[in-house]
Design a binder for this molecule. Structure first.
Ligand SMILES: CCCCCCCCCCCCCCCCCC(=O)SCCNC(=O)CCNC(=O)[C@H](O)C(C)(C)COP(=O)(O)OP(=O)(O)OC[C@H]1O[C@@H](n2cnc3c(N)ncnc32)[C@H](O)[C@@H]1OP(=O)(O)O
Ligand SMILES: Cc1cc2nc3c(=O)[nH]c(=O)nc-3n(C[C@H](O)[C@H](O)[C@H](O)COP(=O)(O)OP(=O)(O)OC[C@H]3O[C@@H](n4cnc5c(N)ncnc54)[C@H](O)[C@@H]3O)c2cc1C
Length: 616
């Protein structure tokens, strides 16, 4: 599996390189963006062993290295002359980066760093492609000068000979083992013992160790976390795509499969005519659209911020960090659970490998963990919300994506309920702000009662994550509302298209409202009649969107090769394709399987003989 993945990944890398040269010669940005394209990931169903090379190794060299370091390592990496990975996580630590145990001690006598993974728990563990594909890596370690810790730093480390691919002396490298999916990625382990690299192998754009051992601190220490911010943005985009793929498969299947007449004596309808089936499938289509738009916005913000960071302007980093965290979490959670709901919506056939929903799930699910475990990122956002609430209390302005928090904080009560889109959006935002206020009160009370800030975060964790989740909902719904209702492009849309978009907005807002009804009712009074009216609107909008479901998923524009699904093929020949896939199974190659003579026949015979004996 690993060798097939490497072969496909190399073919894809070559193709993309040529596209890069054609469309953006000399530039660097289009390449990773193309690599993130759904076509690439879908065509390598066991995962792309070059993902981390492209998404993190090359980027870190470009963004964290000096110009000289880029010339030495980065250009070769961009040309794929060397293949690397990002080796940060250890067997004992992934989340708590300040607890990483790998160390780099500066030896000013030789102007080298001595790299070590002193314990089993400090072995690097998980980096994509590290097991077998890579010959280089970025090794993240605690920097020590004269045995004094200086914080995390990144080192370019050659781990295999460029000619023979043999691990170099002092390097212990291998594959970590079979996983639930992504088995072509060859995630690896790495131990280093007294492994020396020249001083200029430490990436020094933002912090430096001078030849005499003097340490020049980065102006903003979090800039060393920047490679992770990029991948979080990519996860938001990629996981929205996985959800869109699963939604396309389930929608196409739901208009082919027929079950159970709705009226006695009528023919069996397509299963998508059943209201509960509509509720399983159509909201996932809409969620995929909503997240794709949010991820595109995030990508733009990343591009602008990355340019600024390169110029050493770090002012927008906190806002980008907060948004990248919240969208990474929202898209990975909602795609993972959404894909599973869609698989169930395909009944028994959804469980067949030929439907490809299992593999799409296996590709989407680990994003809840990698690049920052989701609860941990929620807590990051929770902490940022606490800081921003302090700003609100001090009457200061907030970052643009949190401006609604200031607005809602000024409201003494929720306005008259109208049920309009504005009202639904405001209700979600208002509940979010109420949750932030309560979380702040708990957090602050703990700090006032002499708990440390970190302990207060831990014990207010449930309220902080709730506030963060609602902030994610508020941001995503607000972004969608703006794009449908206030977009400057609105007037270029046909009335029919605008109506479909408005139906999607209606469904999204009502769905989020019901999902968070408990949270909303804590802060807003709504009558039973008002909630029932929304229930009727939900049923109505599902009915209205039903005829458009296939067209919307067709507009995602996934071809059959990408979907790789007997259930989701464009021509709708589901049963023929399921049969074709079944006939290709190795067990169908022979009419009588080998195990019959070897095991089954003797087993049955032995039972028959025993039965005969017991009758005698
Ligand atoms: C070929 C292509 C195919 C294509 C596919 C397409 C793409 C799809 C995606 C792809 C698949 C890729 C494969 C998977 C790759 C996975 C790679 C990894 O997992 S790699 C491993 C990933 N590993 C992880 O993700 C590890 C997760 N852990 C962490 O990130 C950190 O330990 C921490 C954030 C949890 C704590 O940090 P710590 O410093 O201990 O503590 P504090 O909390 O006290 O924060 C202090 C201050 O820093 C601030 N701040 C924090 N972060 C950032 C930031 N990023 N920026 C800016 N600021 C940040 C924070 O707000 C605070 O500010 P202030 O209050 O002072 O103002
Ligand atoms: C498919 C895959 C690919 C990966 N690729 C790479 C790679 O290329 N390079 C790389 O360096 N790493 C990689 N990783 C590792 C990944 O980044 C880590 O697994 C991730 O950061 C989570 O860390 P952890 O595994 O230590 O989880 P842990 O932190 O041990 O999490 C376990 C549980 O503890 C909880 N927890 C931990 N800390 C806190 C806290 N402060 N507060 C509350 N709860 C907490 C979590 O919420 C979770 O429920 C990959 C992982 C996977 C699954």
């Amino acid at each position: 599996m690993a060798s097939m993945s490497v072969k496909h990944a190399i073919a894809a890398a070559k193709k993309l390189r040529s596209l890069q040269e054609r469309f953006n010669p000399g530039g660097s940005d289009i390449y990773p963006a193309l690599m993130g394209d759904e076509a690439i990931t879908a065509l390598i169903p066991s995962g792309n062993p070059l993902s981390v090379h492209i998404l993190m190794f090359t980027r870190a060299l470009r963004e964290q290295g000096t110009d000289e370091q880029y010339e030495k390592f980065g250009r070769r990496a961009d040309n794929n002359e060397i293949i690397g990975t990002f080796a940060q996580t250890e067997l004992g630590h992934g989340t708590y980066l300040r607890g990483l145990e790998a160390r780099a001690d500066y030896d000013r006598g030789t102007e080298e760093f001595v790299l070590n993974t002193p314990k089993l728990s400090s072995y690097k563990w998980w980096p994509g492609g590290l097991g077998q594909t890579c010959n280089y890596c970025i090794f993240v370690a605690q920097l020590y000068i004269d045995n004094e810790a200086k914080g995390m730093a990144m080192f370019v480390v050659q781990i295999r000979d460029e000619e023979t691919h043999m691990p170099l002396p002092g390097v212990h490298v291998g594959e970590i083992g079979k996983k639930m999916g992504l088995n072509g990625v060859n995630n690896g382990f790495l131990g280093l013992k007294d492994y020396r690299v020249p001083r200029l192998n430490m990436l020094m754009r933002h912090q430096q160790v001078l030849p005499d051992g003097r340490f020049v601190k980065s102006p903003v220490s979090q800039v060393s976390y920047f490679p992770m911010v990029f991948v979080r943005c990519m996860v938001a985009r990629q996981n929205s795509n996985y959800l869109a793929q699963a939604a396309t498969i389930a929608t196409r299947y739901s208009v082919i499969r027929r079950q159970s007449p709705i009226e006695e004596g009528q023919p069996e309808p397509k299963i998508l005519e059943h209201l509960t089936q509509q509720m399983k499938v159509i909201p996932e289509i809409v969620t995929a659209v909503v997240y794709r738009l949010a991820a595109a916005n995030l990508q733009n913000m990343y591009n602008e911020t990355a340019e600024a960071v390169y110029r050493k302007d770090f002012s927008r980093l906190p806002e980008l960090h907060a948004l990248a965290c919240i969208l990474k979490v929202a898209t990975s959670y909602d795609s993972t659970y959404g894909i599973e709901r869609l698989r169930q919506a395909c009944g028994g056939h959804g469980y067949l490998t030929a439907g490809n929903l299992g593999n799409i799930f296996a590709m989407a699910a680990p994003a809840c963990t990698y690049e920052g475990e989701n609860s941990v990122l929620y807590l990051q956002v929770g902490k940022i919300l606490m800081k921003n609430w302090s700003q609100v209390l001090a009457g200061r302005e907030l970052m643009p994506s949190m401006a609604y928090i200031s607005e809602c904080s000024k409201m003494t009560s929720f306005p008259q309920w109208t049920g309009s889109w504005e009202c639904l959006l405001k209700a979600i935002q208002y509940a979010c702000v109420g949750s932030i206020r309560l979380a702040f009160q708990s957090y602050n009370a703990r700090v006032q009662s002499a708990q440390s800030q970190t302990a207060a975060v831990n014990y207010s964790g449930l309220e902080l994550t709730k506030a963060a989740e609602l902030h994610g909902r508020s941001y995503v719904a607000g972004n969608f509302y703006q794009q449908i209702v206030n977009s400057p492009n609105k007037h270029q849309r046909s009335p029919q298209f605008q109506k479909v978009l408005e139906n999607m907005l209606e469904l999204h807002l009502i769905q989020i409202f019901f999902r968070h009804l408990g949270d909303i009712l804590r802060f807003i009074r709504i009558t039973e009649d008002e909630i029932s009216a929304l229930q009727r609107r939900l049923e109505e909008v599902l009915k209205e969107l039903r005829p458009d479901a296939v067209a919307i998923t067709d507009a995602f524009d996934f071809n059959d090769k990408i979907l790789s699904s007997a259930l989701g093929c464009y021509d709708g020949n589901v049963y023929e394709r399921l049969f074709e896939a079944a006939l290709k199974h190795p067990l169908n190659r022979k009419s009588v399987p080998d195990f019959f003579e070897a095991h089954l026949k003797p087993f049955m015979k032995e039972n028959a003989d025993n039965a005969k004996k017991s009758k005698l």
